[in-house]
Design a protein around this ligand. Structure first.
Ligand code: NAD
Length: 469
């Protein structure tokens, strides 16, 4: 198993602290990985800075060709990569394969984007051109829930905008990112894309490094806040894609048979460990009981187990800390009067498995509603007043995504305007587009990813004013 880091195009082993990668479905140690030493972090940043002196002049066609070749290579290794994702992250094989497919689509979408140039002419004869110039060295720090895809979301826009990157994947799930950067290095010059391994100390050193001009971070709000603190002295810019507590509001006019399966799938995607999963479900009182009944059918239809087993539809929680956190939230809700409706399917004896479940008899005072659970348990609340539910649902500290489910699209669009979230879906949830800006309001983040808005986050503006002599 490849446990190398990549610095200046060279595969090398870390010289820092050793950590274990554990398969959350079996608790087997998949691999021992050695993280970067402080001097290796410095070397990775220096390699990126050196490569930037040339890469900033690269032609767009060279980048497009390289991205196409990388996409082809990822496709060639799709099953190996999906296997790595399964064993380090725990998701079922079908979902791991989807993660690779979505990553390939994303790379192709980024390859097709053009960085715009603006032109203005003044009466005096002065011509102004506004360029979007590359920044320099970008640090990319990624989480454990969609390890391969989120690394792709960071690396390709940064490199497309002619920056050089140092990625640090989560210490829980480094293996698929190692494979990604190994492939990238076969198609890009040495130093353009580097990878270092390790935990929070390595991430902290990387994000605070004086030669890093931008930090792209996806992970918890708490870590995002630390990264923002680290960026103050050097006035680094950051993209922070942080936690979410997405709400879905289901109006009384929906046909339960039509929407319940979709709602189930996006609330429990990746065992609920997706930043834009539905994490609070408000259902109109007229259809509440029917919705609970239907969602329970889907809970009971899951095959819970090891993602490598092709029958599995539902995996474990990724790590012990998350397992304890979700169980504690459930226990606290039950102690406060909530009722748990959990899947009647058997759970494997080993592994960080939590039976997918609904929590009813819940309210906004409970942490399972007010906080991000990031696990396979969905609080379902009853409402009868849409104005009240919009106001209440906006009162959480997060603002990542939300959705409205109804036949009445005109009404839904009016309601959408009132949601305090960076993305609002009508009759779907979670299905992001590589073209549409994606980012969080409030404690869910700073800056945007995806599409031209996301690409331009990896550039500086430079206005060139040319007056006649
Ligand atoms: P985390 O913040 O614990 O870790 C994320 C990464 O940051 C890891 O690589 C970790 O090693 C590193 N890190 C930890 N401490 C650091 C420090 N002080 N300085 C620099 N780096 C440090 O998050 P996680 O538990 O891996 O991920 C789960 C969280 O990510 C959830 O809250 C989820 O909502 C969020 N998330 C958000 C999005 C989004 O796009 N908004 C996407 C996926 C996940």
């Amino acid at each position: 198993m490849n446990t190398h880091m990549y610095i200046k195009g060279q595969a090398l082993l870390g010289a820092g602290a050793v950590f274990e990668v554990i398969n959350p479905a079996t608790l087997d140690i998949v691999s021992h990985v050695q993280g970067a030493s402080p001097s290796q972090v410095d070397r990775a940043v220096a390699a990126a800075l050196e490569a930037f002196q040339t890469w900033k002049h690269v032609t767009d066609s060279r980048i497009i060709d390289a991205f196409q070749a990388i996409a082809v290579d990822i496709l060639k290794h799709k099953h190996d990569i999906a296997r790595l994702i399964c064993i380090e992250q725990g998701k079922p094989m079908a979902l791991a394969l989807l993660e690779v497919d979505l990553s390939i689509d994303f790379i192709q979408a980024v390859a097709a984007l053009d960085i715009p140039i603006e032109h203005y002419n003044e009466d005096s004869g002065k011509k102004i051109t506004v360029y979007n110039r590359p920044l320099g060295v970008v640090a990319s720090i990624t989480p454990w829930n969609w390890p391969f895809m989120i690394a792709v979301w960071h690396l390709f826009p940064a490199i497309k905008a002619k920056n050089c990157v140092v990625n640090k994947p989560s210490e829980y799930t480094p293996l698929s990112s190692i494979k990604l950067v190994e492939i990238i290095n076969q198609h890009l010059p040495a130093g353009v894309c580097n990878l270092i391994l390790g935990g929070s100390q390595v991430g902290n050193q990387l994000s605070a490094h004086p030669d890093v001009i931008k930090v792209s971070f996806t992970g918890s709000t708490r870590t995002g806040q630390q990264i923002l603190q680290n960026s103050i002295d050097a006035l680094k810019s950051v993209i922070l894609e942080l936690g979410g507590n997405d709400v879905a509001i289901v109006l009384e006019d929906v046909d339960i048979d039509r929407v319940a399966e979709k709602i189930f799938n996006v609330a429990f995607l990746n065992a609920g460990q997706t930043c834009t999963c539905i994490k609070r479900l408000y259902v109109h009182e007229d259809i509440y009981d029917a919705m609970i009944e239907k969602l329970t059918e889907y809970l009971n239809a899951q095959v819970i187990g090891n993602g490598l087993d092709h029958a599995t539809t539902f995996g474990p929680v990724q790590n012990k800390m998350q397992f304890m956190k979700v169980n504690a939230l459930i226990a606290e809700a039950l102690a406060s009067g909530a009722t748990l409706i959990k899947s009647n399917q058997p759970l494997p004896k080993l592994g960080y498995f939590i039976a997918p479940a609904l929590l009813i008899d819940v309210d906004e005072s409970m942490a399972i509603v007010a906080e991000e659970q990031f696990g396979p348990v969905l609080p379902v609340l009853k409402f009868n007043d849409i104005d009240q539910v919009i106001n209440t649902s906006n009162q959480v500290k997060y603002g990542l995504g939300s959705s409205i489910w109804t036949k009445d699209l005109a009404k839904a669009k009016q309601l959408a305007e009132r949601m305090q979230t960076g993305t609002v879906w009508i009759n779907s949830h979670t299905d992001l587009s590589p073209m549409a800006a994606f980012g969080g309001w409030k404690h869910s983040g700073l800056g945007y990813s995806f599409g031209i808005n996301g690409l331009l986050q990896y550039t500086h503006k430079q206005a060139l004013h040319v007056s006649p002599y």
